[in-house]
Design a binder for this molecule. Sequence first.
Ligand code: ZN
Length: 296
Amino acid sequence: MPAAPDQLHRFVFEHANVRGELIQLDRTLQEVLARHQYPGVIIRVLGEALAAAGLLSSVLKFRGSLILQLQGEGTLPMLVASATHEQELRAVARHTEDAASIELDEPLNGMCKQGYLAITIDPTDSDDRYQGIVPLEAERLGEAVETYFTQSEQLPTRVWLACDGQQAAGLLMQRLPGDAGEDADAWNRAEHLAATITEGELLGLGPREIIGRLFHEEDIRLFEPEPVRFNCHCSRERVAAVLEGFGYEEAQGIVAEQGEIEAACEFCGATYRFDAVDVEQLFSGGSIDPPDNTQH
Ligand SMILES: [Zn+2]
């Protein structure tokens, strides 16, 4: 891994409507892996998903969270990776026990059968959630993300992802809308040159080396890197909002039975507790009125 991983690097082709992004993760992935015991094949997909979430949140400009979700049947029924516009990443996966005996290069569509890839954008300052869903037919996550862009964004986009169990990395190339400008062949070249990247290079070389190695004859502008880190944006307020969704009687029923409600965040392991007083306050405060509790 290069000397300064956990960064996102944006670059553009001068004089052409082509942009690229490169992300390399070390500590960010380690923080995710420290919270759960995952088999190797699951770590590979999880690392790739984390890199993809970082790339996508930077490409799809908005303030808020981007959630990349895999759902299906089989060894890997569920995986969620999310990234905020400030490049705070987190991820969690569910898997069956047989994942431990599966080859590291097992195709994704074999582990998550009849699956789909959903990309959700959840803006901070509005209720307008946007979700795009594509069937999961690809063997690798990078291809599935490319399908998403073709169908939902209609922008030619290529994505390469890699994870060796310790580190993860990703490269995204995109042709921007508008006139191809003076260099009509730029996207063609960019796509073909980028496709020569190996997983070893993506994980092992520094950003300048990668861009130099791929595009040494091109006129590239590389922007200041952005730091990337693990951070779970769960909060007591968010858990309380989920409890509100259960309804007063169910929440009160759990407290009556167990003394309190204990909810653990799957992403970071943080535990939130709500006792009888908390539940009363939750349902009496704000805009939610306590229901008439006539059933005894
Ligand atoms: Zn959390």
